[in-house]
Design a binder for this molecule. Structure first.
Ligand SMILES: *[C@@H]1O[C@H](CO)[C@@H](O)[C@H](O)[C@H]1NC(C)=O
Ligand SMILES: *[C@@H]1O[C@H](CO)[C@@H](O)[C@H](O)[C@H]1NC(C)=O
Ligand SMILES: *[C@@H]1O[C@H](CO)[C@@H](O)[C@H](O)[C@H]1NC(C)=O
Length: 445
């Protein structure tokens, strides 16, 4: 009895000791990882000295760097990197140390990893980026740091979720604001739905619309998300907007509709969608100054009111003729756009095409029976205008299709000479002509 009582604990102790020491010996890997998780630099270094592989990982593929990053052990992370731990090694789920630190909100470790060349936009198995993870977990400072270091918020997960979409869904308002602000380089706050429309981000748009957003919310310059989507040719988000009640013919202050925008840009699929949803094919821009989309940036389109007096009363057909978008012109005509529709100055699409020297569009319009002798308010025919702009090929074409040469002799005989190949400068004195019809076409990103 006595023996039993005294020897039992000793026996157990021996067993336990044996078990523990054998376990430690057989798996120094586990101890190494445990030391890394605890941030015990001395111990970790000792294991490494004794030959433990720095890439040792547990069953989920987490290695010492991942564990140290997760727990925010910046100095250990530094040591491991210095000793050759690969900065972008990934777990079984494809997460790098930067993903893990971003998810855990370990700002200092994030900073260190980025400075050591970690791939800021690395995507894990399901397409998650570090930025996405930080946004999801509401780590505002990490989001800010990643954005400032080329974190790309356009990269979506496999399911199509962007960092903005997840932040919206989770209600992380500061992160949402930050993402939106950063998107416009901090200058102007854009309505969120416009951003989603620009990116064709249907997930974000759907979430915004769920949260009581009006599908026709206007930017400062009066454009709706549908205008923006039309500009960029983003059919998916446009379909969503239309399904959620966006007005297909919403007219901004200047009378411009989404169909004008799409026609002007030559986004044929968008033109098709808008026509399909009842877009008015002969909508006219208003007789006011008109914000024309010719500038080089999206911000300018929305905010810098670059005002240019142009011919008023342009239809989508005029606009696609102006942009030399032959497929759009074709589509509009197929949908019965009146080929000789006129602006307030009685300019037809043929006048516009002739002015700009768009040979193919001119030919298409003529093939579709556009009147080669249509007269604008100032009496000019397309041939006059082509002559004035020295569009020799277009002039020949117009004549071939029955444009009256006689009509222009009243302007100047030089024009006739031009038609016959002996070009001479064609500088008549009639003042008014639609110079502004040929503004350089926009090259928005
Ligand atoms: C420890 O990790 C190394 C390399 O990661 C591996 O080769 C070795 O088999 C592991 N040892 C044990 C006991 O799991
Ligand atoms: C950001 O990601 C998007 C989508 O993958 C890509 O189209 C775009 O070029 C990227 N931007 C930069 C600056 O790399
Ligand atoms: C747009 O929708 C089509 C059809 O639903 C789909 O195949 C395509 O991947 C979508 N494009 C984008 C950019 O989401």
């Amino acid at each position: 009895m006595k023996l039993k009582i005294e020897s039992m604990p000793l026996f157990l102790f021996l067993i336990l000791s044996l078990f523990m020491s054998s376990s430690l010996q057989s798996d120094s890997n586990t101890s190494f990882l445990r030391a890394a998780r605890a941030g015990n630099i001395d111990k970790v270094l000792e294991f490494l000295k004794n030959g433990v592989d720095i890439s040792t990982c547990n069953q989920n593929g987490l290695n010492a760097l991942h564990l140290a990053a997760k727990e925010g052990h910046k100095d250990l992370v530094e040591e491991l990197l210095q000793r050759g731990a690969p900065v972008d090694s990934s777990t079984k789920k494809g997460n790098t140390a930067l993903h893990i630190a971003s998810l855990a909100g370990q700002k200092e470790v994030v900073r260190l990893l980025v400075n050591r060349g970690a791939d800021v936009n690395s995507q894990s198995q399901n397409g998650f980026t570090p930025l996405y993870m930080a946004a999801q977990e509401n780590h505002l400072e990490v989001v800010r740091y990643l954005l400032e270091n080329e974190g790309n918020q356009s990269i979506a997960t496999e399911d199509g979720f962007t960092p903005l979409a997840i932040a919206l869904q989770q209600g992380h308002n500061s992160v949402v604001s930050l993402l939106l602000e950063h998107d416009t380089k901090g200058k102007v706050r854009l309505p969120a739905l416009h951003i989603a429309a620009r990116k064709d981000d249907t997930k974000s748009a759907a979430l915004l619309l769920q949260n009581d957003h009006n599908a026709d919310v206007q930017s400062k310059s009066g454009f709706t998300p549908l205008h923006i989507a039309a500009h960029y040719g983003n059919v998916n988000v446009s379909t969503l907007l239309l399904n959620r009640g966006a007005a297909v013919d919403f007219t901004a202050r200047n009378g411009i509709t989404p169909l004008h925008v799409a026609s002007k840009r030559g986004n044929t699929n968008m033109v098709a969608l808008l026509l399909d949803r009842g877009g008015q094919i002969d909508a006219k821009t208003r007789p006011t100054i008109f914000l024309i989309c010719v500038t080089a940036s999206f911000n300018a389109l929305l905010f810098l009111t670059i005002i240019h007096p142009i011919q008023n009363g342009l239809s989508p057909l005029h606009m696609s003729a102006q942009g030399d978008h032959i497929e759009c012109v074709k589509l509009l005509l197929q949908h019965k756009a009146p080929v000789d529709d006129v602006t307030l100055d009685y300019l037809t699409a043929l006048h516009v095409a002739a002015h700009c020297g768009h040979y193919r569009v001119t030919k298409l319009l003529l093939d579709k029976k556009a009147n080669p002798n249509a007269r604008a308010l100032n009496g000019f025919t397309p041939l006059h205008i082509a002559c004035k702009k020295n569009r020799v090929k277009v002039m020949e074409l117009l004549v071939k299709y029955g444009a009256s040469i006689q009509a222009i002799t009243e302007v100047r005989t030089a024009c006739v000479n031009t038609i016959h190949g002996s070009f001479s400068h064609c500088s008549h004195t009639a003042a008014h002509h639609p110079e502004s019809l040929c503004l350089p076409s926009s090259s928005l990103v």
